[in-house]
Design a protein around this ligand. Structure first.
Ligand code: SAM
Length: 346
C-alpha cells in the first residue's frame, strides 16, 4: 500500500476553483459517485446496480485502474468537485481500494458505500489511506430477514454489525446506515434501528432510503413517502435541509434520521450536484438514463479527460421535472443558445 495522502482541501479552495462545471440547467457539479467494481457478494432483491444496465458482475479486467480514477478526480477537483463517494458492486472487493484512496488529490470529503461484510478487517487501513467516512447498507436487524433481502449466508448480519463497530473505532464517522424501506418487510423496524444507533452518540446516523422501484415487481414494496415524512416531521425536535437532493434531516429523541426521497421528486433532481462514473469507466449523467454515457477510458491526457468531463456535464438533465416546466426550460435554453450563436457570428 502506498503512503497515506494527507488530502484535505480548505473551504476557500473549494469555493474558488478557476471555474465550476455547470450543466445546461445551471446545476453545479461538486461531487462524483464512482463505481469501482460491478462485483458483489450480495444479491439484494431491489438492487439498482448504480444504474448499470443489468448487473454485469463482470470480469475484473474492465474495471478502472487507480491511475485512471485518480486522474479523473484530479481534473474534476480543478473545477470545484470536492466530494467523492465510492460505490459498486461492493467496493471492498477491490483489493487495491487503499491504493485508489492514496492517490486522490485534496478533497473536502471522501466516502464509500459498502454492505459492511468485509469492513471489519479493512476499516483501519481504509482510514489510513484517506477514507473519511462510510455508508453501510443495513435494511434490517433480523438475521433471517437480512438473509432473505440480500441472499447472504447465515452469520452475515453479525459481520456487518462488527464492520460498523470497526468503522466507528477507526474514525470512519459519521457512519451512515443506509436502510432501504420495503413495505411489509422492514418498514416496522425504523424505531429499532433508531435504538440500535443511539449508543453510538451521533457517530452513527440513520439514512432512510425510498425504494426506487425500477422493476415493476418491486412496486408492492414501495412505502408511502409522504406519510412517512409527515410522521418524521411530527416527531422531530429539529428539521434541517441539505443542499444535495434537498434531503431532509430529522433530529428525533437525540438521533439523526435522514430521508432520501428520489422517486418522482423534482426537488431531488433540481438539487443534484453529482456526476456518476460506471465501473467500466464511463461518465453517467443520471442514474436512470443509459443512452448518454461518455467513455472516459478513451482519454489519453488530462486535457482529454477535461473535454469528456465537460461533455458529460453538458448532458446532465433533471429526470423528474414536471413536463410543463421542462418545456419552458428547454425553450429558454434554446433561446439563450440561439442568442449566443448570433453574438459569435457578429
Ligand atoms: N455494495 C455497496 C452497498 O451495499 O452499499 C454499494 C452498492 S449499493 C447499489 C449502494 C446503495 O444503493 C445501497 O445503500 C443500496 O441500499 C442502495 N440501493 C440499491 N438499489 C436501490 C433501490 N432500488 N432503491 C433505493 N436504493 C437502492
Amino acid at each position: 500500500m502506498k503512503q497515506k495522502n494527507p488530502r484535505k482541501t480548505s473551504e476557500a479552495a473549494e469555493e474558488n476553483p478557476k471555474e465550476f462545471l455547470a450543466d445546461p440547467y445551471g446545476r453545479k457539479v461538486t461531487g462524483l459517485r464512482i463505481s469501482i467494481t460491478d462485483r458483489c457478494n450480495l444479491s439484494c432483491i431491489y438492487c439498482h446496480n448504480e444504474g448499470a444496465e443489468g448487473c454485469t458482475c463482470g470480469p475484473i479486467g474492465h474495471e478502472m485502474t487507480p491511475e485512471l480514477i485518480c486522474g479523473i478526480v484530479r481534473e474534476a477537483a480543478k473545477f470545484g468537485v470536492s466530494k467523492v463517494k465510492f460505490s459498486g458492486g461492493e467496493p471492498l472487493f477491490r483489493k487495491d481500494f487503499e491504493d485508489i484512496l492514496s492517490c486522490l488529490p485534496p478533497l473536502k470529503e471522501v466516502s464509500a458505500t459498502t454492505n459492511g461484510i468485509l469492513l471489519e478487517k479493512r476499516a483501519k487501513t481504509l482510514k489510513a489511506a484517506g477514507l473519511d467516512r462510510v455508508n453501510v447498507s443495513l435494511d434490517t436487524l433480523v438475521p433471517e430477514k437480512y438473509e432473505a433481502i440480500t441472499g447472504a449466508p447465515a452469520g452475515s448480519l453479525e459481520k456487518v454489525v462488527k464492520g460498523i463497530e470497526s468503522a466507528v473505532e477507526a474514525g470512519l464517522t459519521p457512519v451512515k446506515l443506509n436502510m432501504v424501506l420495503l413495505k411489509g418487510i422492514n418498514d416496522n423496524e425504523i424505531d429499532s434501528m433508531m435504538e440500535f444507533i443511539r449508543p453510538y452518540k451521533g457517530k452513527v446516523i440513520l439514512q432512510l432510503i425510498e425504494l426506487m422501484d425500477i422493476d415493476p415487481k418491486l412496486s408492492k414494496y414501495t412505502i408511502d413517502s409522504k406519510a412517512l415524512e409527515k410522521s418524521l416531521a411530527e416527531r422531530a425536535s429539529e428539521v434541517r435541509v441539505r443542499h444535495l437532493h434537498h434531503r431532509k434531516k430529522y433530529i428525533i429523541d437525540g438521533v439523526e434520521v435522514e430521508f432520501v426521497h428520489p422517486m418522482d421528486n423534482s426537488e431531488f433532481c433540481a438539487h443534484c450536484s453529482r456526476l456518476r462514473i460506471t465501473a467500466d469507466g464511463k461518465f453517467k449523467p443520471c442514474l436512470l438514463v443509459n443512452d448518454n454515457l461518455v467513455d472516459v477510458r478513451e482519454a489519453r491526457s488530462p486535457e482529454e479527460i477535461e473535454k469528456l468531463l465537460r461533455l458529460a456535464v453538458s448532458r446532465r438533465k433533471p429526470y423528474y421535472i414536471p413536463i410543463k416546466v421542462f418545456e419552458q426550460e428547454k425553450n429558454q435554453l434554446e433561446e439563450k443558445k440561439g442568442k449566443e450563436e448570433k453574438w459569435v457570428q457578429k
